[in-house]
Write a protein that binds this ligand. Structure first.
Ligand SMILES: [Zn+2]
Length: 182
């Protein structure tokens, strides 16, 4: 009798440890061995796998959770395998806080560094324009290169961004949104 109670107590203790490992992987991502190390628990990888198999818990799909790629951070939501080497993961764009389903392969390759609206905002969206001599430059860098300015690129850029215009050789140049197509 005593032996049985002790065994039950032991089993419960073991199950609690296994549950902690499972929860850790589900919340933090990574692998089972990594979770056991992080939690510093006396439990075997094998016992965790046998538990997850018995309870049909899929930890593999949480493997990528919390990984960061560019401004994406992968949420602790099961990844969905779409091909041999690719998954759809749910990731949060750190620039705007929106979460989207994205291909892990695009994050890994660096093709996608943030969500589409933020990527668009990041692109150069302003031209430098002079109304006086009817010229348009497609970037501040190009403008600074072509106009004969005594001041540094950094200063020109700061003036254009802070004030919206800069006066060079008596001509005022403005920062205007690019022409939108479509
Ligand atoms: Zn975004």
């Amino acid at each position: 009798m005593t032996a049985s109670i002790t065994k039950q107590g032991h089993d419960l203790k073991k199950e609690i440890m296994i549950r902690r490992v499972v929860d850790y992987v589900r919340n933090e991502g990574g692998s089972v061995p990594k979770a056991i190390r992080a939690l510093d628990l006396d439990v075997s990888v094998r016992s965790v796998y046998s538990y997850t198999k018995r309870h049909e818990i899929d930890l593999a799909s949480f493997k990528y959770a919390r990984l960061r790629y560019g401004d994406w951070i992968i949420n602790a939501i099961p990844a969905v395998r779409v091909s041999l080497n690719d998954f759809i993961v749910n990731a949060c764009c750190l620039l705007c806080g929106q979460s989207k389903d994205v291909h892990l392969s695009n994050l890994r390759s660096g093709k996608s560094k943030c969500c589409k609206p933020c990527a668009l905002k990041r692109k150069k969206t302003f031209d430098v324009v002079s109304i006086a001599n009817n010229t348009r430059y497609s970037s501040i860098r190009q403008f600074h290169k072509e106009v004969d300015a005594d001041i540094s690129y950094q200063k020109v850029r700061k003036l254009l961004i802070d004030k919206g215009s800069v006066l060079i050789n008596g001509i005022e140049y403005f920062l205007l949104p690019k022409h939108q197509h479509g």
